[in-house]
Design a protein around this ligand. Structure first.
Ligand code: NAI
Length: 253
């Protein structure tokens, strides 16, 4: 039995990694998936992958650092499918490995614009639409274990992910009575474009970091997608304001 038949799901940063994993998983459960990404080629590729499995999908390009493009993205979703049931604010960037005193101003602003601005302005548009729907809606923001604990040498990333957890909790309280459930996930290191780049930058890092994951392996996009689907599943309608670690046990250490 498919869990999300004909539900309209919008995912930012869905051209790669966790976003693509979530897009495929929702489509396999019957959803119509709007794949959005800054990168048109990889976004179109996610849509083709879904269609090759018989799923429904549309690609809409959006740079989440631009609130106008985010508004257009939601509008185009409505023009195509008529409503927005689920939004996954996933687009994010890592920033370079450096101590706080060494972070260039431009990098600080870019990481904030993507990781925090993208989620804030995304939620604004998504919530405005969901408020008009009797069925409300569900939002999942992709934070990180770096939203729950420090990730040294990545202070700006850590700050943005803590902020995403805070935004999630505040918004969940504000809209609970309007039937909009808002949660965050907090993954640990998961194989994706971002993490593979990080491991390539710093030789030895991959083996070193594995010691922090009790299950003894890195996550795969499918592992994280299953957590996202769980939060959106109508069977879990009592869950809101949660920042759910998906971390191989890291936060229990
Ligand atoms: P990824 O690099 O594979 O995917 C990120 C996607 O976001 C890419 O397709 C990229 O084109 C897109 N993107 C980047 N800037 C954008 C912008 N301005 N507008 C629209 N799209 C943009 O990385 P991954 O790992 O799949 O990242 C997804 C989310 O998961 C991020 O928010 C990241 O912080 C978070 N995360 C990832 C973890 C990991 O270990 N992979 C762990 C914890 C959190």
């Amino acid at each position: 039995m498919q869990r999300f038949i004909d539900q309209v799901v919008l995912i930012t940063g869905a051209g790669s990694g966790i976003g693509r994993g979530a897009a495929l998983a929702f489509a396999r459960e019957g959803a119509a998936v709007v794949v959005s990404d800054l990168n048109e080629e990889s976004g179109q590729e996610s849509t083709s992958l879904i269609e090759s499995e018989g799923g429904q999908s549309t690609f809409i390009r959006c740079d989440v650092t631009d609130p106008k493009q985010i508004a257009d993205l939601v509008q185009s979703t409505l023009e195509k499918y008529g409503r927005l049931d689920i939004a996954i604010n996933n687009a994010g960037i890592g920033g370079n490995i450096a101590k706080l005193a060494e972070v260039p101003e431009a990098e600080y602003r870019q990481v904030l614009d993507v990781n925090l601005g993208g989620v804030f302005f995304g939620m604004q548009q998504q919530i405005r639409q969901m408020l008009t729907q009797e069925s409300g809606g569900r939002i999942v923001n992709v934070a990180s274990v770096a939203g729950l604990r420090a990730m040294p040498n990545n202070s700006v990333y850590t700050a943005t992910k803590h902020a995403v957890v805070g935004l999630t909790k505040a918004a969940a309280m504000e809209y609970a009575r309007q039937n909009i459930r808002i949660n965050a996930i907090c993954p640990a290191f998961t194989h994706s474009g971002m993490v593979d780049k990080l491991f390539a930058l710093a030789p030895g890092y991959e083996q070193k970091l594995l010691k922090n994951i009790p299950l003894g392996r890195y996550g795969e996009p499918e592992d994280i997608a299953q957590g996202i689907l769980w939060l959106c599943d109508p069977a879990n309608s009592f869950v809101t304001g949660l920042a759910l670690p998906l971390d191989g046990g890291m936060m229990a250490m």
